[in-house]
Ligand binder design. Structure first.
Ligand code: DX5
Ligand code: ZN
Length: 227
């Protein structure tokens, strides 16, 4: 079953609580929260106080994507603010294995993120430590960018290695995902779609989420239908 994770980066920040409640009602599975520090990426977004302030308004898991340098200094702060999943970039963590263990110690599900330019095979040694692999299909920093096609091969490779190793981590894809390309992303092997602009720029969130779900989990073909 495909999971849909709206990225609140594309929501109306002036009405963040309402937007959160709206995507919850519309059938989202996770809430994707983009944390940027102006160092690792050239943009600045939100931190623990905003996550903590939003926490009472949904029971959905907060999927917190840390685009920050030295994420190991902030694991406790994000876990305490209400992050259920804490995702760190491979590119920011020379001690990646230790950081992933630290996340689990704080009671959150650990995930690792790969930039478009980072090969999948680099994280082979830590695959057994993660619950989530987030494959970036744009360069991190901004919403509304165009999907980078080479992400598809990386998704396929991750799916293949996961099967070979008998592991269970979920494959999540982030950046430029929308109704128009979701089929290719799902066919490549995605389990979770992060959708920012592709959802919040539409007028009917429930209809968009339902459409993404139908694309990800197509109904079985009618056996009576001759094609
Ligand atoms: C990019 C962020 C993404 C982004 C997704 O740095 O990690 O989560 O907000 O937004 P869209 O779907 O607009 O690319
Ligand atoms: Zn993200």
């Amino acid at each position: 079953m495909i999971k849909i994770a709206p990225s609140i980066l594309a929501a109306d920040f002036g009405r963040l609580r309402e937007e959160l409640e709206a995507v919850d009602r519309a059938g989202a599975d996770w809430i994707h929260v983009d944390v940027m520090d102006g160092h690792f990426v050239p943009n600045l977004t939100i931190g623990p106080p905003v996550i903590k302030a939003l926490r009472p308004y949904t029971a959905l898991p907060f999927d917190v994507h840390l685009m920050i340098t030295n994420p190991e200094h902030y694991i406790g702060a994000y876990a305490e603010a209400g992050a259920n999943h804490i995702l760190v970039h491979q590119e920011t963590c020379p001690h990646l294995h230790a950081v992933l263990q630290e996340i689990r110690k704080h009671g959150a599900r650990p995930g690792v993120v790969l930039n478009p330019g980072t090969p999948f095979d680099l994280i082979e040694p830590i695959l057994s430590e993660i619950d989530i692999l987030l494959i970036m299909s744009v360069n991190p920093g901004f919403g509304g960018q165009q999907f980078i096609e080479s992400a598809l091969a990386k998704i396929r490779r991750a799916r293949e290695r996961r099967g070979e190793l008998g592991l269970q981590f979920l494959i999540e894809v982030d950046g430029g995902v929308k109704v128009g390309n979701a089929k290719r992303v799902c066919e490549a092997g995605a389990d979770v779609l992060v959708v920012g602009t592709g959802l919040f720029s539409t007028t009917d969130y429930a209809a968009t989420i339902a459409e993404l779900r139908r694309i990800g989990d197509p109904p079985p073909a009618d056996p009576g239908l001759v094609t």
